[in-house]
Design a protein around this ligand. Structure first.
Ligand SMILES: Cc1cc2nc3c(=O)[nH]c(=O)nc-3n(C[C@H](O)[C@H](O)[C@H](O)COP(=O)(O)OP(=O)(O)OC[C@H]3O[C@@H](n4cnc5c(N)ncnc54)[C@H](O)[C@@H]3O)c2cc1C
Length: 387
């Protein structure tokens, strides 16, 4: 068995690798220092059609299944790059595809597929409503043929680099809804019209270069024609998009883990201490081998979850478990890689400390490890609910 045994989509992977080779570590390090957006990289991916692989061919995409999207994102991450700048372009359109009206699909999906419109922003989290989404308070009040939106969102990534945003807001206060998850609706917000007319975006500097922001809505008027699906049912629409998001992000973690394993193996073969390669010491070898075992196990879980998703089968638990395993495998591999490199693991020019910071995110977002464990405990193992 080799590291890359039985890889899916070999042609797509090879093409993504070639594209990523044009954006080496120096490119990412310079952006990381300034917290700048990788515009050239995202444009190159868009032009090559990699961000529209999941859009049906009737709307100008490649019409491929989720496994193809996973292959693209895994290779991006394995190369040392980061798909966080644009991965939402792949899955956010799923809300429009599955729940939008025929007119909305015709109006937006071909332009998203061609790259004319960027649908990169997904607005759910709020300062006082993270994991407990039903507590969101951003409110859309109907006023004639418009909704008037007021409230605040936090951690909304890529908002400054997106033409459209899928926004979840309340249309009925939580207290008046039949169930806490009722009374939320999805609006497609045109950012080009909204910014400066009721929407203010404030960047939030974080430990990684992720273009994340805080959003302030003050009586933003959104045409009622931009409501996706039925009013009050938005939570359901967002939830079924989350499985795709979790599986795709798990694939990014697999790519990160492979990056760390590749780098650590190469360094352990080359670095001589006490007159021999450090990789000859089992104390150095074994953590690399363990990272490989963990990554391989997680990779199978990601493939399994993607296959269920593609078959239209229920896959909530599998998507969650794949994301948990892959994010833990990438974090273990990151820590192992720093340790294998000794002091050089901390040097910017090796890209390891940057990738270490980047891969840490995935145990918190898009859903934290504890919440996945709680799902498995209560939905699969029938343990009592704690909240
Ligand atoms: C860089 C970045 C980018 C992001 N991008 C987006 C985006 O584009 N769009 C968007 O909508 N959101 C985005 N998010 C938000 C992200 O999805 C949330 O941070 C995440 O869901 C966790 O929510 P929270 O931060 O409010 O944590 P909280 O819900 O406040 O939880 C804090 C901690 O407590 C734990 N916890 C909470 N309740 C329980 C419980 N009952 N049992 C056990 N443990 C519990 C959690 O696991 C977590 O570790 C982003 C976040 C970051 C950091």
């Amino acid at each position: 068995m080799t590291q890359d045994a039985q890889q899916t989509f070999p042609e797509i992977r090879e093409a993504v690798r070639r594209l990523c080779a044009r954006f080496p570590g120096a490119y990412w390090r310079a952006l990381d220092r300034e917290r700048k957006y990788p515009t050239e990289f995202v444009s190159a991916l868009t032009e090559a059609g990699f961000l529209s692989v999941l859009i049906p061919d009737d709307y100008g995409g490649s019409g491929l299944g989720l496994g193809a999207g996973c292959a693209v994102l895994e290779e991006i991450h394995r190369s040392g790059a980061n798909g966080g700048a644009c991965h939402a372009q792949m899955y956010t359109m799923g809300v429009v595809l599955r729940h939008g009206s025929p007119a909305q699909k015709e109006a937006y999906l071909p332009k998203v597929a061609s790259g004319e419109l960027r649908l990169q922003a997904f607005g759910v989290t709020e300062p006082d409503a993270g994991t407990d989404t039903t507590r969101i308070t951003t409110f859309a009040r109907r006023d004639g043929d418009h909704y008037v939106v007021s409230g605040k969102k936090l951690w909304i990534s890529r908002a400054e680099h997106s033409d459209l945003m899928v926004l979840l807001c309340r249309t009925t206060p939580r207290a008046d809804a039949a169930k806490p998850s009722d009374g939320m609706s999805v609006l497609l917000v045109d950012m080009r019209e909204a910014v400066g007319n009721g929407l203010t975006i404030r960047p939030v500097r974080t430990m990684l270069n992720h273009a994340t922001t805080e959003l302030f809505f003050e009586d933003l008027r959104v045409p009622a024609a931009n409501l996706i699906g039925e009013e009050g049912k938005g939570f359901r629409y967002i939830l079924d998009g989350m499985n795709a998001e979790r599986i795709l992000i798990a694939a990014e973690c697999i790519g990160d883990a492979k990056f760390f394993i590749d780098r650590a193996s190469a360094y352990a073969r080359d670095r001589n201490v006490f007159g021999r390669p450090i990789g000859e010491n089992q104390g150095v070898q074994f953590p690399i081998a363990r990272a490989f075992v963990q990554m391989t196990a997680a990779n199978h879980m990601v493939d399994h979850a993607a296959a269920l998703f593609e078959a239209g089968a229920p896959c909530g638990t599998e998507a969650n478990m794949a994301k948990l395993s892959a994010s833990e495998a990438s974090w273990f591999a990151a820590d192992m890689c720093v340790q294998t490199h000794g002091g050089f693991g901390f040097a910017e020019e090796y890209d390891i400390e940057r990738k270490f910071r980047e891969t840490r995110l995935y145990q918190v977002a898009p859903i934290s490890t504890n919440l996945i464990l709680s799902h498995v405990a209560t939905h699969v193992l029938d343990l009592p609910k704690s909240f």
